[in-house]
Design a protein around this ligand. Structure first.
Ligand SMILES: NC(=O)c1ccc[n+]([C@@H]2O[C@H](COP(=O)([O-])OP(=O)(O)OC[C@H]3O[C@@H](n4cnc5c(N)ncnc54)[C@H](OP(=O)(O)O)[C@@H]3O)[C@@H](O)[C@H]2O)c1
Length: 222
């Protein structure tokens, strides 16, 4: 299929939480943020799930070099029209990926603010394969997936991720309700899991940054 090369990027605690139960996700220090901003400037698009926008009001811009296209995966067009992902640096394009079930009024309000809408399927959730094809056709050859946990599961379970870069911060936050790196339904057995190969490890500031390639699985078709 036509799809961008996808790098899943996240910062998490040693116990795998990408946010605390209170929604705090400030794991990176200044040095690690520099690495993240550099990576953002090297890709064609940055993508997040709607909850990340609603909870963090992320700008998704880069402080180094160019700021790439921003993509929000938002089936029902719940992105607030005044969200920073749309209003900060309006010259940087923002795409809201929705389904045909999204309210036309919400879509129109987002379009008035300059956001571009991509309709990806007719189901309850955005059809991610369809979105990947549409982004590829728009020229997105390298995409940075910046979470959160539910979108990470959606992308990983469909075989759409190629590489993972995780910054592990030396802290433990616990919490059964704290969002982990990958949420969703999960696999029943370890043997069903997405297999990875460690290709790099480095200390960046206080974080340990691990880079993994996804090992393709012919039986699952990816
Ligand atoms: N530390 C880090 O690196 C980092 C990075 C990013 C986020 N975070 C944290 O992660 C938390 C949010 O994570 P989250 O898991 O709650 O939400 P999320 O992954 O940001 O968003 C999930 C939502 O995306 C929408 N979506 C649409 N189509 C989908 C599909 N096919 N598969 C999966 N999701 C789809 C769904 O809502 P609809 O169906 O309604 O559209 C779903 O509920 C925040 O607390 C944020 O701070 C941390």
């Amino acid at each position: 299929m036509r799809k961008p090369y996808v790098i899943l990027s996240a910062a998490m605690s040693v116990d795998g939480k990408i946010a605390t139960r209170g929604g705090d996700s400030a794991y990176s220090d200044e040095e690690d943020w520099k690495r993240v901003h550099k990576l953002r400037s090297e890709v064609d698009a940055i993508m997040v799930g709607i909850n990340t926008i609603l909870l963090d009001d992320s700008k998704l811009t880069s402080k180094q070099g160019k700021s790439p296209l921003r993509v929000v995966v938002d089936s029902k067009a719940k992105t607030p029209p005044n969200a920073r992902v749309i209003t900060v640096r309006p010259e940087v394009e923002t795409i809201i990926a929705v389904t045909s079930k999204a309210s036309p009024e919400r879509i129109s309000n987002l379009q008035k603010k300059g956001a571009k809408i991509l309709i990806c399927g007719d189901g309850e959730h955005v059809e991610l394969e369809n979105l990947m094809e549409k982004l590829f056709d728009l020229g997105v050859k390298k995409l940075m997936l910046e979470g959160g946990g539910n979108l990470n599961w959606g992308m990983l379970s469909k075989g759409l991720v190629d590489e993972i870069r995780i910054a592990i911060s030396p802290v433990i936050v616990g919490g059964i309700e704290a969002v982990t790196l990958v949420e969703g339904e999960g696999f029943t057995r370890v043997s069903e899991g997405v297999n990875l190969e460690l290709v790099n490890s480095e200390k960046v500031g206080k974080c340990l940054v691990l880079t993994y390639k996804i090992l393709r699985d012919a039986e699952r078709g990816y």
